[in-house]
Structures are given as C-alpha cells and as structure tokens.
Ligand binder design. Structure first.
Ligand code: SAM
Length: 255
C-alpha cells in the first residue's frame, strides 16, 4: 500500500526520500535532534505564535477524548507536556496520565512543570509504543502527528494501545482554505515564520510540514485506515486548527 501525501506524489509510508526542513519532511534522527535543540524555547514560541490560544485548543482536544475522573490517558509525542497536563486536570487524582516522547530535552521541560496529578513523562517512540494493547482509555497527540515519519504507523499504534470503545484524538495545525484567514495565514506562515528560520531551521520546517500534512478529510480517512471508526473532526480558530477524534471498535478482539 502506498500513502498519498498532500501536495502530490505517492511514496511508501514512512519514506523520508528528499528529507529536508524546506520540504517539511525530516528523518527521525533529524526530528529528534531538532526538538532537542529547540526544547528550551519551545513553550515561549508556542505562546507567541498562537497568541496563547493553544491552551484553549488543548481543552477542546481533551473534550474530544471523552475522558473524565479515573480515566487513563496516553499523550503521544507529548513534548513539554501541555496536552498531558490538560488531560491530568480532567482525569483527577483517581486517573492516570502518561506522556511519551523521544526527545529527552522536551521531556525534561515537561518534568519541570507543576502538574495537577503526578504524570509519568517517559521516553518512547510513537511508532513503536512501549505499552500493552488496550492499556489506555484514550490516546492523544498534539501538534505531533505532523512530525511523525510514518503517520499511519503512529495512528495504528495509538489505536492499539487504547481499549475497545476508547478514543484517539489528533490536534493539529491545518491549512485554512477560505479568506480572510487563508490570506492572513499565508502572510504569517509563508513570510513571517520562515524569517525565524534564519535563527533555526525548525521554523523553515514548521510551515512546510503543515503544508504537506493531510487535509482534514484525508486525515479522517487515514484514521479510519488505522482501525478507528466514528471519526469526527472540528475546525477551529478560523480553520487553522483541526481536532480529529475516532473510536476503537467495541467488538474488536484485542491481543
Ligand atoms: C511540535 S512538538 C509537540 C509537543 C506537544 N505535544 C505539544 O502539544 O506542544 C512535536 C513532538 O513530537 C515528538 N516526536 C516526533 N516524532 C516522534 C516519535 N516518532 N516518537 C516520539 N516522539 C516524537 C518530538 O520530539 C516533539 O516533542
């Protein structure tokens, strides 16, 4: 099977042919090195680039995960842990939250934060999660799916580790198609953010990776392909942010 990426071209899943910051595709060691490098200023840049709105989007993503007191949540590619922390607020002291990432520097940032309940911030590769099948009530990924070198494998792994009936949620930046947001977005993402690329190639990679990421309807199809059903998505922030949620079939045999 082959995966069709936005922007044309057919390549095998996980292929990193032509990997470069400018193409928005990097090989796994490059992705890890990039996040290790920018970890110290990741949170500040996040808040500046989203005008602080990312906290609101995270709340909506956790709404879509349909978790509550006592739930067990895995936040994949957790980075500095903000989505895991939002999940922790929801599940409370009787719940459990694990945040997993392959960048030790990003995890170090997460471990320094005040959290409402203790969160296990652990090293793990999203493409080969070190958790047993059906271990969690929900798995989330915030602004991380775009960085996976094999999106389909990442979605399959998230699906595997949730219980039947559990949810998988993807919070991601997407490309707005309608003005005026599309015009503003072009100016911001195609002109301003790449200027930051002079300081670090991460900010050349960021807009390019958003452009090559599947459009919302295609991401929904890819989630379905990973074994999820009842896939719903909402676009918010004028169409810049997409929150997708799918459910693992109840009847599926786990093992
Ligand atoms: C843009 S950051 C998002 C961090 C955080 N989830 C947030 O909402 O701010 C992307 C994260 O994905 C992680 N990542 C990328 N590929 C990964 C993989 N294969 N396994 C684990 N983490 C991965 C990076 O290390 C980085 O911390």
């Amino acid at each position: 099977m082959s995966a069709v990426r936005d922007g044309g071209g057919t390549e095998p899943p996980g292929s990193t042919r032509g990997a470069s910051a400018a193409s928005g595709t990097l090989e796994e060691p490059q992705v890890r090195a990039m996040f290790d490098r920018i970890a110290g200023f990741y949170d500040v840049m996040n808040s500046v680039m989203t005008a602080g709105l990312h906290h609101r989007w995270r709340k909506r993503a956790i709404d879509a995960a349909a978790v509550g007191p006592g739930s067990r949540v895995l936040d994949v590619a957790t980075g500095t842990g903000d989505l895991a922390i939002e999940a922790a607020r929801r599940v409370g002291p009787t719940g459990e939250v694990v945040g997993s990432d392959f960048s030790e520097a990003m995890l170090a940032g997460a471990r320094h934060k005040d959290t409402p309940i203790p969160i296990a911030f652990e090293w793990g590769n999203a493409l080969d999660l070190p958790y047993e099948t059906g271990r969690f009530d929900a798995a989330t990924v915030g602004f991380g799916a775009r960085n996976l070198s094999d999106l389909d494998q990442g979605l399959r792994e998230m699906t595997r580790v949730v219980r039947p009936g559990g949810r998988v949620v993807v919070l991601e930046i997407t490309t707005p198609t309608r003005p005026p947001l599309s015009t503003f977005y072009e100016a911001w993402f195609d002109r301003l953010v790449p200027l930051l690329g002079r300081f670090d190639e991460a900010y050349t990679y960021l807009p390019a990776s958003v452009k090559r990421f599947p459009a919302p309807h295609e991401l929904a199809a890819r989630m379905h392909g990973a074994g999820l059903e009842q896939i719903r998505y909402v676009l918010t922030a004028g169409g810049i942010i997409a929150i997708h949620a799918g459910q693992k079939p109840d009847s599926e045999t786990t093992g």
